[in-house]
Design a protein around this ligand. Structure first.
Ligand SMILES: [Cu+2]
Length: 146
């Protein structure tokens, strides 16, 4: 192997290492994490609801179906963890909570979940980011953080 080839190989491997470390650092700084694995007893559900645990944690159970999210408008407290559970009522949908790291897929037969803490009061739109049919662009819900 030519000396120049070795230098290029080492440089390329080092560059890949730097990119990988930068990716890990960015994920850590942005608090980006993969969604948790849910226990097998958590089954898909067909009606949206809002629960409040004794410690004040809000649990939002969203169902995405053509072409709406259920529940459509939910109020949550600022600065407290909010558990989001998502199920699909018909086809695959997306679930993006604007201005947060919450980005889930609603997949028929599965439940996805994420815990988010909203730090600023405001209106946070939830949009579907997976094309799901002719009225996909109208699929929106809102979280009101107070
Ligand atoms: Cu959609």
């Amino acid at each position: 192997m030519d000396r120049l080839e070795k230098i290029v190989l080492v440089f390329s491997a080092g560059l890949l290492g730097i990119f990988f470390l930068a990716l890990l650092a960015a994920a850590r700084l942005q608090a980006i994490d993969v969604p948790p694995c849910l226990p097998p007893e958590v089954k898909p559900f067909s009606a949206g609801r809002v629960d409040t645990l004794p410690d004040g944690t809000r649990q939002l159970f969203y169902v995405a179906r053509m072409w709406r999210f259920e529940p459509e408008i939910v109020e949550v407290p600022v600065g407290k963890p909010v558990d989001i559970f998502l199920s699909a009522g018909d086809v695959t949908h997306g679930f993006y909570l604007s201005w947060t790291n919450t980005n889930l897929m609603a997949i028929p037969g599965a439940v996805n979940a994420y815990t988010v803490k909203i730090e600023k009061p405001g209106i946070y739109p939830i949009i579907c980011h997976e094309y799901c049919g002719s009225a996909h662009q109208n699929m929106v819900a809102y979280i009101l953080a107070k």
